[in-house]
Write a protein that binds this ligand. Structure first.
Ligand SMILES: [Zn+2]
Length: 313
């Protein structure tokens, strides 16, 4: 049985259990949090993260993959404390989340240096700990493959191949970025079966999704509750159609929710996306999809089996 790294150490892939593949325990606008710590109430931040994690455990969710990396204020010690206190298994990553630019450190060094930096987190440990990254994370959003974004994508691809760890790439489906991402990953020789194109569920353009699936990656139907990107009823119809077409073995369900999130004032988040919580998947989405015909086998495929396949090496 393959093993998977969690913040609590390696586990058998068979022990992942029900997993939400894209949930953040804490997402801060780094380096704002480091430079101006007075803006944050650390006790409240910790409380929100532990409450979210405990809520998931109470629902029977055993594991989350937390794709927080550079520019998300990644703090692996914080994540470990939350996991230890709540019993939630958390699968950590390494990578860089940028839509356009890198800091000078990486601008003036090449892809292979960056790939080595990522491989360090996989092979040695994250931020001075022995906690090892289980997957590579990067992003290609609306601005597309700027020089710096392409550098991160290629570096993550090289680190993935060197370490055998899979990739999760944030995408922007309205601009069909998934196809562009797969083009670069093909050039780099990455096995598409180890790639997850996140946020594919932000579109109901089935032609685009089918074209992307034909390239071989997993897709994230992973932003339930963010109706500003696509209303949930349209997410449901898209997901159910893809299930009917036999794609249960390619999809993940998640919310991409952040227990702690500083990008907007809290009252604005509550107003814009009241359902956007990790627990919404099993409180709201799953019962609705079941009622509309999703089977238990399909749910298990998307929340257990696919995770094992994607993460297992
Ligand atoms: Zn995310």
């Amino acid at each position: 049985m393959a093993t998977v790294e969690t913040v609590g150490g390696p586990i058998d892939a068979g022990d992942l259990g029900t997993t939400l593949v894209h949930e953040h325990l804490r997402l801060h606008s780094s380096p704002v949090d480091v430079e101006f710590p007075h803006l944050y109430d650390e006790d409240a931040v910790y409380r929100r993260a532990t409450e979210a994690a405990s809520g998931l455990v109470a629902q029977g969710v055993k594991t989350i993959c937390d794709p927080s990396c550079m520019y998300h204020g990644r703090d692996i010690g914080f994540v470990k404390r939350v996991a230890d206190e709540t019993g939630l298994q958390v699968v950590p990553c390494t990578g860089i989340y940028t839509y356009s630019q890198l800091p000078p450190y990486f601008q003036h060094r090449d892809e292979d240096h960056m790939a080595e930096v990522f491989a360090h987190d996989v092979e040695v440990g994250i931020q001075g700990t022995e906690i090892k990254a289980a997957f590579l994370k990067c992003a290609v959003d609306e601005p597309g493959l700027t020089d710096d974004v392409e550098k991160v994508l290629r570096a993550a691809a090289r680190a993935s191949q060197r370490t055998g760890r899979p990739m999760m790439v944030h995408s922007h489906p309205r601009t069909r970025r998934g196809l562009e991402i797969m083009g670069v990953l093909d050039e780099e020789g990455v096995d598409p079966g180890r790639v997850q194109i996140a946020h594919t569920g932000d579109t109901d353009d089935l032609d685009y999704i089918e074209e992307l699936l034909a390239r071989g990656p997993f897709i994230g139907m992973d932003r339930y509750g963010t109706e500003i990107f696509l209303p949930d009823d349209r997410r449901d119809v898209t997901l159910l159609t893809l299930l009917e077409r036999g794609h249960a073995d390619r999809m993940f369900i998640s919310a991409d929710a952040c227990a702690e999130f500083d990008w907007f004032p809290p009252e604005l988040i509550e107003q814009m996306a009241p359902n956007w919580k990790s627990t919404y998947i099993f409180d709201g989405v799953v019962p609705r999809l079941r009622e509309a015909g999703m089977t238990d086998d399909q749910l298990e495929q998307m929340t257990v089996t696919n995770v094992k396949v994607w993460l297992g090496s």
